[in-house]
Design a protein around this ligand. Structure first.
Ligand code: HSE
Length: 400
């Protein structure tokens, strides 16, 4: 019997307990032994909950209990999760987490600490919720040089963009709805400003580089500036607006960005709607692959966490190889990336063409007080130079 402690009894933590209970027999068969929850750590009490007797408030009880083999963290945030993770590993316990903020910041360090002690630190649920992506990158795709990863990595914003586009709903209403459904972070700023997607693409890029990519180095734009007018233009062009986290290999360097993009129908991410996430991976031997599924929510995320727990039980005395060293990667400037830009402006055609040269104008119903156009493909430096010569820019969205 393997005993675990679950830190945090919120959406994901309670999901982990539920998955372990619902699929108890099949999980025991696959792990090779039974898995039982010995403690649940939370600041709150849960009177009437069937597991209320497992709830403790003092982490020391868990850290100091030699019977606890695996600490499962689902609290979110960097602290105290990081301190608890280190203490667990120092006490000889394996560690599994769904916490992207923790892993983006300290993943390399925790993995190194675990590996030095023949322990495991696994974090499949930190990116893409229930979608397998960490394990594929870490094992199935090790024959490839990964040239591109582009993903819809945040369920909340994808849900919001889909609702705004399909139902013409208002930004604030769809945000409230996403929060009610348990997709959004406690503070939804992380979702709508792109910080959550940024941490996820930082983790994926770190795995691809096998070194530390600091999320602070990734240029990040959220969806807060996307308006109903932008969506109207997108529809007129047969495109959709999606918040993407992208990373590219450019020569020997890597470059990453999080921003809203206008996608064509031909783009594999075009049809990924609602709370679903998808991660497009291009390898130099593999070609293209897509990983698609439930990117947020209680049970999909908990399913990935429990998958990690099972893997840990199967590898109790050996560290699963994970190439992610703590030395830092210097990312290439995101302005090196080339794409077309969709621009809305109050300026006239003569001013537009003086700044950008030849452009393709776009029309949408009811947008009579402005002009909108698509530029030729250009890099970010060229866009900034041209945009600097044009007054009255209302919006600019990258196009893929
Ligand atoms: N708030 C995140 C999202 C949860 O919406 O994708 C899953 O990481």
């Amino acid at each position: 019997m393997v005993k675990i402690a679950v830190l945090g009894y919120g959406t994901i933590g309670s999901g982990v307990v539920e998955v372990l209970e619902t699929n108890r027999d099949i999980i025991a068969k696959r792990a090779g032994e039974e898995i039982s929850v010995k403690y649940i750590l939370d600041l709150r009490d849960f009177p009437g909950d069937p597991h209320e007797e497992l709830v403790v408030h003092d982490y020391k009880m868990i850290r100091n209990d030699p019977e606890v083999d695996i600490v499962v963290e689902a609290m979110g945030g960097v602290e105290p999760a990081f301190t608890f993770a280190k203490q667990a590993i120092l006490a000889g316990k394996h560690f599994a987490t769904s916490n992207k903020a923790l892993i983006a910041k300290h993943g390399a360090e925790l993995i190194a600490m675990a590996q030095e002690r023949s322990l495991n630190c696994l974090y499949e649920a930190s990116v893409g919720g229930g979608i397998p992506i960490i394990r594929p990158l870490n094992s199935c795709l090790t024959a490839d040089v990964i040239e591109e990863i582009s993903g819809i990595l945040n369920g909340t914003t994808n849900y919001m963009m889909t609702k705004m586009s399909e139902e013409g709903s208002d930004f604030d209403d769809v945000l409230k709805d996403a929060q009610k459904k348990g997709f959004a972070e406690a503070d939804p700023t992380a979702d709508i400003e792109g910080y959550d997607a940024c941490r996820k693409i930082a983790i994926l890029t770190s795995l691809v580089c096998a070194r530390q990519v600091d999320f602070e180095d990734i240029h990040t734009e959220g969806i807060t500036k996307i308006t109903a007018a932008d969506i109207r233009y997108a529809k007129a062009m047969g495109k959709r607006i999606k918040l993407l986290g992208c990373s590219y290999r450019i020569g020997d360097q890597y470059c990453a960005i999080v921003a809203p993009y206008l996608l064509d129908e031909g783009n594999p991410l075009f049809g990924v709607n609602g709370v679903f996430n998808a991660i497009f991976v291009r390898g130099n031997m593999l070609g293209d692959a897509m990983f698609y599924g439930s990117g947020a929510g209680k049970l999909p995320t908990a399913s990935a966490v429990v998958g990690d727990i099972v893997d840990i039980v199967r590898h109790k005395h050996v560290s699963i190889t994970m190439e992610w060293k703590p030395d830092k990667v210097e990312l290439a400037d995101y302005r090196n990336l080339r794409n077309r830009y969709f621009v809305r402006t109050t300026a006239d055609a003569a001013a537009i063409e003086a700044a950008f040269g030849e452009v393709s104008y776009v029309q949408a119903e009811g947008m009579d007080d402005e002009l909108a156009f698509l530029t030729e493909e250009m890099d970010g430096y060229a866009y900034e130079a041209a945009a600097g010569k044009l007054d009255g820019i209302l919006q600019c969205i990258r196009v893929r």
